[in-house]
Ligand binder design. Structure first.
Ligand code: DHB
Ligand code: FE
Length: 285
């Protein structure tokens, strides 16, 4: 039996959420409502364990630097050490990779026309570890292996939503030809609306965020044609992180000739640091 993608998960990656978990602040009044909403997510992932997560995220100048920023970077390693700016490296487990699946993804996705950068050694920052903490809290070891896929949304031009969605389709085809009985989830992370700098710092646009969540479910092809400048204008300079959700969405069955996904959970919470937190679980077995 070959590997299969069974669900798409989507979530923000605010560093302060990671710090709240690490410092035991999740019951504080500021954080309690968010973590109350994540109880459903944590129960869901306990009921729906996965062998590997293909985790689509962005690096924030930690693994890469301003000297070199790959547009699409695939982690090929057996493990990835946490790193971070701000609060520093998080006290979270090492992230175990799946080099065989990484190699297969490269062998399938690059000939399909997506010129990935292959990264044999890299660290992973809050973009990848905060989503893991949101879903798994504080385990001694992460309950899943992870294949990191880092997308540049730091230095413009970021790839288009269309390109991200089409990459997701190529990833689905690749997973389905991997000759191992693996349950694979794909997670699209980053966003929602936020702007960390400049005159509009602190911008949150709930109407746009809610519409995006809705279109992620019902109109991903239409959403893929929204230009990045619309994200920048409507969801703030860092809101463009949301294009990464489209890679995970493109890997679900309905965009590849199969049935529509089922919405298992939806969460929207403001505030978390400077960012609106959005979260979706779309089942796709
Ligand atoms: C915040 C959000 C981000 O996406 C990020 O990478 C860093 C900080 C914030 O809201 O504070
Ligand atoms: Fe970010």
């Amino acid at each position: 039996m070959s590997a299969r993608i069974t669900a798409g998960l989507f979530m923000s990656h605010v560093p302060a959420i990671g710090a709240a978990v690490d410092k035991g602040l999740t019951e504080e009044p500021y954080w309690q409502p968010l973590f109350e909403g994540l109880k459903t997510s944590r129960q869901w992932i306990a009921d729906n364990p996965t062998d590997v997560v293909i985790l689509v995220y962005n690096d924030h100048g930690n693994a890469f630097s301003m000297e070199m920023i790959p547009t699409f970077a695939l982690g090929m390693a057996a493990s990835y050490q946490p790193t971070d700016e701000g609060w520093g490296p998080r006290p979270v487990p090492i992230v175990e990779g799946h080099p065989e699946l990484s190699a297969h993804l490269a062998q399938s996705v690059i000939p399909a026309g997506f010129d990935l950068t292959l990264v044999n050694e890299m660290t992973v920052d809050h973009g990848l570890t905060v989503p893991l903490s949101m879903m798994y809290d504080q385990p001694a070891a992460w309950p899943t292996k992870v294949v990191p896929l880092a997308i540049n949304v730091i230095q413009h031009p970021a790839p288009t939503g269309r390109r991200c969605l089409e990459l997701g389709k190529a990833i689905r085809a690749a997973v389905e030809t991997f000759d191992d009985d693996l349950n694979v989830q794909i997670w699209g992370t980053g966003g929602m609306s936020h702007q960390l700098q400049g005159a509009r710092a602190g911008l949150i646009n709930p109407e746009w965020d809610h519409a995006f969540l809705e279109r992620m479910i019902n109109d991903p092809e239409g959403m893929a044609d929204v230009p990045n400048v619309d994200y920048l204008r409507e969801a703030g300079s860092e809101g463009v992180e949301l294009v990464m959700w489209l890679t995970a969405r493109g890997a679900l069955a309905d965009l590849n000739g199969g049935p529509a996904p089922t919405e298992a959970h939806r969460l929207y919470h403001v505030p978390a640091s400077n960012t609106a937190v959005g979260h979706l679980i779309l089942e796709n077995a």
